[in-house]
Design a binder for this molecule. Structure first.
Ligand code: FPP
Length: 238
């Protein structure tokens, strides 16, 4: 199964990249080796999206809850992110990929924020694919921040509470400029959303694979897309 044209391609794919730790532990390697191998799968996922003409790819790279991991693992993940941005930033630009982030990125170490800002700026005019890294991201935190912002506007008289609609909420989320994901991929077999895009995934098709993220390569991504193309989306209708 390769990258043959599909009947229906999602505009936006979101991915919960899970199982890096288990992948490493299964090989007697430190967890950070799993994250390193996972970064290679990120590169392949981006290529699969480019090959199929997908417009948006959101990757759950570091959750709000991940701050509770041992400091050593957090440091390794931050270092990996920084290295990834340093080496892949140019590659993204060459491939006409735009980089964006969602999440409380102000909590990231300065060195990461600096690299992120650089790649986001350098790729800002690119048009083929937007890669959205969810970093220090939690959906409940995002909805809380949006609610606070709406309440402040209402208190200042800039917004009438009677006029608050679904669109008002969506407009205040980190994802306001992106369409909702059509397709969610989760690796490593866990059957949960883990505080990821709770609002935005309301009507998304879901695909869960037993493979750990470092084993989920380009051909797996294409296979998942083929499964999506056979789904019939009903949005609550018959
Ligand atoms: C989940 O696996 C994965 C993460 C917490 C981090 C995701 C990071 C990467 C894929 C690599 C770096 C990404 C970029 C964008 C450079 P886990 O550690 O929870 O695995 P486990 O459930 O088996 O322990």
């Amino acid at each position: 199964m390769g990258n043959a044209p599909l009947n229906s391609v999602p505009r936006h794919v979101a991915v919960i990249m899970d199982g890096n730790g288990r992948w490493a532990e299964g090989r007697g390697l430190p967890r950070k080796a799993g994250h390193r191998a996972g970064a290679e799968s990120v590169r392949e996922a981006v290529d699969a999206c480019l090959e199929q003409g997908i417009e948006f790819l959101t990757l759950y790279a570091f959750s709000s809850e991940n701050w509770n991991r041992p400091q050593k693992e957090i440091n390794a993940l931050m270092k990996l992110l920084e290295q990834f941005l340093k080496t892949k930033g140019k590659e993204f630009h060459k491939k006409n990929v735009r980089l964006k982030t969602i999440g409380r990125t102000h909590l990231l170490p300065e060195s990461c924020r600096k690299e992120l800002a650089k790649v986001i700026d350098e790729t800002s005019s690119n048009t083929k694919l937007t890669v959205i890294l969810a970093l220090s991201y939690g959906s409940r935190e995002e909805i809380t921040d949006a609610t606070r912002c709406i309440a402040e506007k209402a208190a200042r008289g800039e917004l009438d509470p009677d006029q608050i609609e679904k669109e008002t909420i969506a407009k205040h989320l980190d994802t306001s400029e992106f369409p909702d994901p059509d397709f969610l991929i989760r690796t490593s077999g866990e059957l949960r959303l883990s505080n990821f895009l709770l609002w935005q995934l309301s009507y998304s098709e879901i695909f869960i694979t037993e493979k750990n993220w470092p084993d989920f390569r380009k051909s797996d991504f294409h296979e998942a897309l083929e499964i999506y193309s056979r789904r019939r989306r009903r949005f609550g209708r018959v």
